[in-house]
Structures are given as structure tokens and as C-alpha cells.
Design a protein around this ligand. Structure first.
Ligand code: ZN
Length: 107
């Protein structure tokens, strides 16, 4: 979904982009910092504050917090999308994503 949305808005991106020891879901070259990172989190694999789903892996929240801290701490901007939000409100999610990604890419 996210790939199609970015592509149809003409925003350049890379999938599974390598940053240090991480692979991020989507990377958009940014006019500001080092880049704009978009992560799409499945509600079963990551804890989800939107639908309240608990992860099957209790360490996932700690791992995610650490990962996001390292990314933003080294100058990347980050947007975390939730699977349930994309499924339930695709049009609103698309609009929000394209708006932010466009701003980040070239203000
Ligand atoms: Zn959810």
C-alpha cells in the first residue's frame, strides 16, 4: 500500500533500506535531515496503541523503542504507521502519509 501511495504521488523512495544494522521499511530522501524513514508495523508483531493488540513477543516494545531512538538520534525523521490504521482508514492514512512525505522530501 505505502509503496503505491508514494509512487503515485511521485515521491522517490527505497524499500528495505539499510541504515547501519537496521533495515527500514521505506526510506525517502529528505531535504532536512538524513532522510525520512517510514515503518509499517503489524499489530501482532509490535504492540499497537491504536487497536490495543498485545505483541506475542513481550520484548518487541523495548526493541522498537531502542530502534526508533537510534534512528531519530542519528538524524533520521521517522513515521510509524500501524497496520490496523492502514486497513481501517486507508484514504485518511494515504493523505496523511503523502502530505508528510512530500514536505520531508522537498518543502
Ligand atoms: Zn493495531
Amino acid at each position: 500500500m505505502v509503496a503505491e501511495w508514494l509512487a503515485s504521488a511521485g515521491i522517490p523512495f527505497e524499500r528495505q533500506y539499510e541504515i547501519g544494522k537496521f533495515h527500514v521499511d521505506f526510506f525517502v530522501p529528505s531535504a532536512f535531515g538524513k532522510g525520512f524513514v517510514i515503518e509499517v508495523n503489524g499489530c501482532y508483531y509490535h504492540e499497537c496503541p491504536l487497536c490495543g493488540k498485545k505483541s506475542f513477543d513481550p520484548k518487541s516494545r523495548i526493541r522498537d523503542t531502542k530502534r526508533y531512538g537510534i534512528l531519530t538520534g542519528s538524524g533520521y525523521d521517522l513515521l510509524v504507521l500501524r497496520e490496523c490504521d492502514l486497513k481501517m482508514h486507508p484514504e485518511a492514512a494515504r493523505r496523511r502519509l503523502v502530505k508528510v512525505a512530500r514536505l520531508m522530501h522537498s518543502p
